[in-house]
Design a protein around this ligand. Structure first.
Ligand code: NAG
Ligand code: NAG
Ligand code: NAG
Ligand code: NAG
Length: 187
């Protein structure tokens, strides 16, 4: 019997190290084991539901250039955002977080935004944790990539990247649904 103990111990330790969380919203897997702990890689998939007009708008312009008829008319235009993040593209889909921040037209030549966002999550083990995004978003690119520069809670010391792609855009209603895949490494 005694000879089995190391195996049992090994199995317990092994299965603890390699236990992962897998749901529709997130996928987590162990990466490297350091002296301080185990570094994990988490992939998140969700939809950003932005409403830019009407009563329930989730983003609004807070500053605009004085002369909107000049060539680079939007250059400098700045908006604040409190946008809902949902598990799916439907407006009734489960809320997983909010994107809180500001974005500004940062180029005199192209439709390029400076994005400064905290993705504050409310779902499951991610409730209360956040990821900070600081990046460049070329509006007309099919896929936009932005760096994840940090995080809090379960995402402490996070680094990674976010990829986003427009799922649907209704100009009349001012509703944009954007699909996100976020990959982060954290402790
Ligand atoms: C705004 O949100 C409220 C509450 O969810 C909803 O009842 C209402 O229909 C929405 N209005 C519009 C214009 O979408
Ligand atoms: C605004 O920009 C246009 C185009 O550059 C220019 O013709 C116009 O005089 C400007 N108006 C003001 C008030 O600066
Ligand atoms: C998230 O945490 C807050 C504060 O602890 C709590 O009030 C809320 O019910 C939690 N939400 C979910 C979806 O677990
Ligand atoms: C996210 O990942 C899924 C599955 O790999 C893929 O189908 C989808 O196109 C990706 N979307 C983005 C915006 O990267």
């Amino acid at each position: 019997m005694a000879t089995y103990i190391p195996f049992i111990l090994f199995f317990v330790v092994f299965s603890t190290f390699f236990s992962a969380i897998n749901t529709k919203f997130s996928e987590q897997s162990p990466l490297t084991i350091t002296m301080k702990g185990m570094e994990k890689k988490t992939g998140l998939h969700f939809y950003f539901h932005d409403i830019s007009s009407g009563k329930n708008r989730t983003s609004t312009t807070i500053a605009q250039p004085l002369n909107m008829t000049a060539t680079a008319s939007f250059f400098g235009s700045t908006s604040r955002a409190d946008v809902l993040l949902r598990e799916g593209p439907e407006p009734t889909s489960k809320l997983v977080g909010r994107a809180l921040g500001i974005y500004a037209f940062a180029s005199q030549h192209n439709a390029v935004l400076l994005m400064v966002m905290n993705f504050a999550f409310v779902d499951g083990i991610y409730n209360g944790s956040s990821l900070s995004i600081l990046g460049r978003k070329a509006i007309f690119d099919i896929v936009r990539e932005m760096p994840v520069v940090g995080g809090s809670g379960v995402f402490r010391l996070a680094r990674g990247y976010a990829l986003e792609k427009t799922f649907s855009f209704n100009l009349k209603a001012g509703v944009a649904v954007i699909e996100y895949n976020v990959s982060v490494v954290h402790f």
